[in-house]
Design a protein around this ligand. Structure first.
Ligand SMILES: Nc1ncnc2c1ncn2[C@@H]1O[C@H](COP(=O)(O)OP(=O)(O)OP(=O)(O)O)[C@@H](O)[C@H]1O
Length: 262
């Protein structure tokens, strides 16, 4: 049973096409990571899947009575505002002390309840946010850059936690990241987004091909940055991009061809 699916989804914001032709499906218990450069539409895609943005075209379908836990990219409360983690867990929906303790313990921050949000480290705060998302016993967790601002060990620990949550609760996880480096071990599937789905695949497949580096630049040092590039689409005619040696199709942007009179 598919939990959530998008069919040929396009989103237009402020008169600009942000996403086009997105087709994807999330199955129970899988961990799927969306990667893509800044501004490639990752948060927009999550918001469209959540129903927070109306698509210009296409459809989003959710399984009946699907429960979703969402951790947005930014916490829209004033961190200096006095608020304990325990109180935060009861917003907007009240939870019991036992439920709060269970969620905090599961997320490795059992003692965070009485602490002020402002006093928590970045990693602890992310865990409290995850704990809050778990309170509804979600079938699907949607996490928008949950490790933003964490150092690499913190990031790795957080992804280990996500894998444990999936194991213990059976929840599927859809998350956004900039960087495959740490995500790889925890993801069943990776979707590379740049306004459209450029490529997707299992991490072990992704490791074997050079496409991720082409999209993200040399900054990744090629670390785990490799995708098989199964094209089921055409790139926009003027979208410049590069691909690895295994690609057998012409990626010369149309504009370059025009310029070169090819
Ligand atoms: N409400 C809006 N109105 C107009 N444009 C928007 C709106 N929200 C987002 N955008 C634009 O849509 C594009 C995609 O934004 P989005 O936040 O989805 O990208 P992202 O991949 O999540 O980026 P980042 O990695 O920087 O978080 C950006 O160019 C952004 O400026």
């Amino acid at each position: 049973m598919t939990l959530l699916a998008a069919q040929n989804l396009s989103v237009r914001l402020g008169g600009t096409d942000i996403l086009s032709g997105i087709t994807l499906a999330l199955e129970p218990g899988e961990i799927v990571t969306i990667v893509g450069p800044n501004g490639s539409g990752k948060s927009t895609l999550l918001r469209a899947l959540l129903g927070l943005i109306s698509p210009a075209k296409g459809t989003v379908t959710r399984a009946k009575s699907l429960s979703i836990g969402y951790v947005p990219q930014r916490l829209h409360i004033d961190r200096p505002m006095p608020m304990t983690a325990r109180r935060f867990l009861s917003l907007p929906k009240r939870c019991t002390d036992a439920q709060a303790m269970d969620a905090l313990t599961r997320c490795g921050v059992a003692d965070a309840g009485p602490r002020q949000l402002a006093d928590l480290s970045g990693g602890q705060l992310q865990r409290v946010l995850l704990a809050r998302a778990l309170l509804n016993q979600p079938d699907l967790l949607i996490l928008d850059e949950p490790t933003q601002g964490l150092d690499q060990p913190g990031e790795a620990a957080f992804y280990t936690l996500i894998a444990e949550v999936r194991r213990d609760t059976g929840a599927a996880v859809l998350l956004v990241s900039h960087d495959l480096h740490v995500v790889m071990a925890a993801s069943d599937r990776v979707i590379c987004l740049n306004g459209h789905i450029c490529c997707e695949g299992a991490p072990d497949v992704v490791r074997e091909a050079p496409e991720y580096r082409a999209l993200f630049g040399a900054g990744t040092q090629g670390a785990l940055a490799l995708y098989r590039h199964d094209h089921d689409h055409s790139h926009g005619p003027d979208t410049p991009h590069e691909h690895g040696p295994n690609c057998d199709h012409d990626h010369t942007p149309a504009s370059a061809k025009k310029a070169a009179h090819v």
